[in-house]
Design a protein around this ligand. Structure first.
Ligand SMILES: [Mn+2]
Length: 465
């Protein structure tokens, strides 16, 4: 937890931005796996609740009455049964005091707070809920059907929170640096363990253990797969095979729930083939290009398309693509190789604030998403960068057999692609390299004092040490 002052200041700023009404921020509840008391562990608090109220206990709701300048932490104190099984915890009143909240109340009181505000026709601000239990709670409290809650969520509150959480403060950057240390340990563990004959799941399980050992948890389910062409490939019981590449995309969260998100792709037997290097080095070039281009004022969509053009030029040199590069990228032909965006905001959520709506996080009035074109529609972050933003830089090149077949059959972008040559890459897999960029005053830098090896000679040296 940060100091009490941090949370007091954040709520004061939020009140200024939202201007009037009652803000209700729902914390998360425990979530059952397969029976009521067997929960996903560790408990994960909602990030916006955590940002303004700092407390990690389940079953809490934060209320900020802007007009009456009154803040309240709502929740039920635990009983003797809970103490017997889980140990004692501070009272809700104490939890509130720790983050500078003067008032507390049991959960039953939330209904009367909502009724009173509704009767006075005051605006009640809440965020789009993403868990079913909270949807039911909002339905009970405000009489809004779960299917209508996303559109009933407060745009003023969403915009205010996006504005605040997008720009990371010095103490948040310190947390992200701590997360990067965990990420480094996870990735180097994967590289050190990987060898022919082990299963993907064995390596991935060890990687997850590193996250649990040094921080709170993984920041998203670990991707560890020899099928790198599957964007989010789950680790399987498949055995690692010499000659193949394995893609590892994983990150850890600090105890305060700040994330890391990195990807490395490396040869199972510690030595790249020339064919692998031909593609790998293009991804390195793209990864490093973003580092040169990203700075305040630059649209991240423009960095993305600069990378798309590099990929297309290099694919032409390898005989996989043809035609005018600008025309090809305009037509979306590059998405054969890179069907996702260059990156996304990162912070307390790995896709930061995704629950608030990607359109509010990655786009604005000036920069609108392209929802029509395959590949470009997966761009999560397009708008102009500002100092303090943290975005991922994650170019990739993939050879997806089903996509090659589909486009060939439909003759999609046929003037820009060499399908006969693409056929020969159906067994290649996919490569992604990902690091986290902090936008600085006049440029950017990677988060993490020590970068996880990514240049081929560094990876080979590391794996063969
Ligand atoms: Mn990512």
């Amino acid at each position: 937890m940060f100091s009490k002052k941090t949370y007091i200041n954040r709520r004061a700023e939020l009140k200024k931005l939202v201007k009037s009404g009652v803000i209700i921020l729902f914390g998360n509840n425990e979530s059952a796996v397969n029976s009521p008391a067997n929960n996903y562990s560790p408990f994960r608090q909602d990030s916006s609740f955590l940002y303004y109220f700092g407390q990690q206990r389940d079953g809490l709701v934060g209320v900020i009455d802007i007009d009456e300048n009154k803040e309240m932490l709502i929740g039920d104190d635990i009983d003797i049964e809970d103490i017997v099984w889980f140990g004692g915890v501070d009272t809700v009143r104490e939890l509130g005091e720790q983050v500078g909240v003067a008032n507390s109340a049991p959960m039953a009181e939330l209904k009367s707070i909502c009724d009173k505000a509704q009767k006075a026709q005051r605006k009640i601000h809440f965020l789009p809920p993403y868990r079913s239990d909270i949807k039911i709670q909002i339905s009970d409290l405000l009489g809004i059907h779960p299917n209508k809650q996303k559109e009933a969520a407060s745009l003023e509150l969403i915009h205010a929170i996006v504005k605040m959480r997008s720009t990371k403060t010095a103490e948040e950057i310190e947390e992200l640096e701590r997360a990067a240390v965990i990420g480094y340990k996870m990735h180097t563990t994967a590289m050190r363990l990987t060898k022919p004959g082990l299963t993907e799941k064995f390596v991935a399980g060890n990687v997850d253990g590193v996250a649990n050992s040094y921080g709170a948890m993984v920041s998203f389910p670990t991707i560890f797969s020899q099928h790198g062409e599957i964007m989010h490939g789950n680790p399987s019981m498949a055995e690692l095979q010499a000659g193949r590449l394995v893609l590892c995309d994983c990150g850890g969260e600090t105890l305060n729930h700040y994330c890391s998100d990195n990807t490395r792709t490396f040869p199972v037997n510690g030595k790249f083939t020339q064919r692998q290097l031909d593609i790998y080095n293009v991804v390195v070039e793209c990864h490093d290009a973003a580092l040169q281009l990203a700075k305040p004022g630059m649209k991240y969509a423009d960095v993305h398309f600069a990378v798309c053009r590099i990929i297309f030029d290099r694919m032409k040199e390898l005989g996989l693509a043809k035609g005018n590069t600008d025309a090809a990228v305009t037509a979306g032909a590059h998405a054969m190789f890179l069907p996702h965006g260059l990156g996304h905001m990162m912070g307390m959520d790995v896709h930061d604030m995704e629950a608030l709506g990607q359109i509010y996080v990655g786009f604005d009035e000036e920069t609108r998403p392209n929802l029509e074109q395959f590949g470009t529609n997966a761009l999560r972050m397009g708008r102009r960068l500002q100092e303090g933003f943290v975005v991922t830089d994650e170019p990739g090149i993939y050879f997806i057999p089903a996509l090659i077949d589909e486009w060939r059959e439909k003759k999609h972008c046929a003037e820009f692609l060499n399908f006969d040559k693409l056929e020969t890459y159906k067994d290649f897999g996919g490569i992604r390299i990902e690091d986290d960029l902090l936008i600085t005053k006049d440029g950017c830098r990677f988060i993490g004092k020590e970068l996880i090896p990514y240049h081929p000679k560094d990876i080979e040296a590391f794996m063969n040490a």
